[in-house]
Design a binder for this molecule. Structure first.
Ligand SMILES: Cc1ncc(COP(=O)(O)O)c(C=O)c1O
Length: 347
């Protein structure tokens, strides 16, 4: 595919000479060497050596799992790190902007602000779908990235795939489709679209269905020129050995993960049904993720009451069009039972 990634990135980074680990030169060959290059402690402790900066073994497995080439994968310390990297690498502070679609995941804005990058907001429609016309009208030549989380956080719904595709075709910059909740979604992933749209980047995470939030591992899939670019600007050892090994193990346990996902989807349905019986829950929004957003009579009151009963949920009410809502993650069956019991007991 003929594609010039250079027009999407910050020009001063084109000449960056990346940090080079001495081991990089022979690591790919897999030879056994005496390692005297990195000032490590030579006594074996499982983690006394720096990890592979390019995470080759893990990327090989992920490539098979997700049906992409290894050189289309960038691994990061949670998708949060990828969000930060793509903004830092592609947006000129003070000049460029990212586009976000409220109500949306909060880290896009936080990251842009930390880099002094402008933010253009185009609200979702009343049914929390993409307003393609307004987005395209608002975008200009300095709109470098648009973030589209589907299923969306905090609302939980999927976006229409045709609308996403239209945006990828028409948006002047990079379209990041954030599929953090992909395993729970009834939509298929847009990863196969990478073959036709070089301005598309897809990110996923091990934090949700894969049950590894504490290990911090995110994945971005993109054109290999972008991946090369991210590898050049990243911290050399951004994924630690413990995380790499845990993820390799988890990839062999996908039957178990799928069983958990199925159970969580059944539990989500059970919660949804139970919520219809609670008088102060006015609406439960349709979800394609492992959480439900509900609208209630008074979100602050209900949030506090749940807290008093030992249940922590999220209050996203300050987000646009989310007045008086709570976002509730689907828990274990016994935790969901307790939630239902507490909700039933509240007046
Ligand atoms: C839409 C979305 N993207 C990204 C993330 C961050 O995921 P990670 O744990 O991989 O940093 C979240 C976490 O809640 C999310 O909801």
């Amino acid at each position: 595919m003929k594609f010039d990634y250079k027009k999407y990135i910050r020009s001063h980074l084109l000449s960056l000479i990346p940090y080079q680990s001495a081991r990089e030169e022979f690591e790919a060959e897999g030879r056994s060497m005496i390692l005297m290059d990195a000032n490590e402690n030579p006594f074996e402790s499982d983690v006394n050596r720096y990890p592979d900066p390019m995470q080759r073994e893990l990327k090989k497995e992920i490539a098979q799992w997700r049906g992409v080439d290894e050189n289309q994968i960038y691994l990061c310390n949670g998708s949060d790190e990828f969000i930060s990297n793509v903004i830092m690498g592609c947006c000129e502070p003070g000049r460029d902007s990212i586009m976000i679609l409220p109500p949306t995941f909060g880290m896009y804005k936080v990251s842009a602000k930390t880099y002094g990058v402008r933010i253009k907001e185009v609200p979702l429609t009343k049914s929390f779908q993409l307003d393609v016309d307004s987005i395209l009208k608002t975008a200009d030549e300095n709109s470098k990235i648009i973030f589209i989380p589907t299923p969306n956080n905090p609302t939980g719904n999927n976006f229409n795939l045709e609308a996403i595709e239209l945006l990828i075709q028409r948006f002047p910059g990079i379209v990041v489709v954030d599929e953090a909740y992909a395993e729970f979604s009834s939509n298929s992933s847009v990863i196969p679209w990478l073959l036709k749209y070089p301005n598309l980047m897809v990110c996923q995470t091990f934090s949700k269905a894969q049950g590894m939030a504490g290990a911090r591992l995110g994945m971005a899939f993109a054109h290999r020129d972008f991946i090369n670019f991210f590898n050049r600007i990243k911290a050399p050892y951004n994924i630690n050995s413990l995380t790499i090994n845990f993820a390799l193990k988890r990839l062999k346990e996908q039957d178990g993960v799928n069983t958990q996902v199925d159970l969580l989807l059944k539990e989500r349905k059970r919660l949804e049904e139970a919520f219809t019986e609670i008088s102060f829950i006015k609406k439960c929004f349709p979800s394609d993720a492992n959480f439900l957003m509900v609208r209630l009579d008074n979100s602050n009151l209900r949030y506090d009451q749940l807290l008093e009963n030992g249940i922590v949920v999220r209050n996203p009410s300050k987000n646009l069009n989310c007045e008086n809502t709570l976002r509730i993650s689907v828990g274990l069956p016994e935790e969901n039972n307790r939630l239902i019991e507490v909700l039933q007991s509240l007046s």
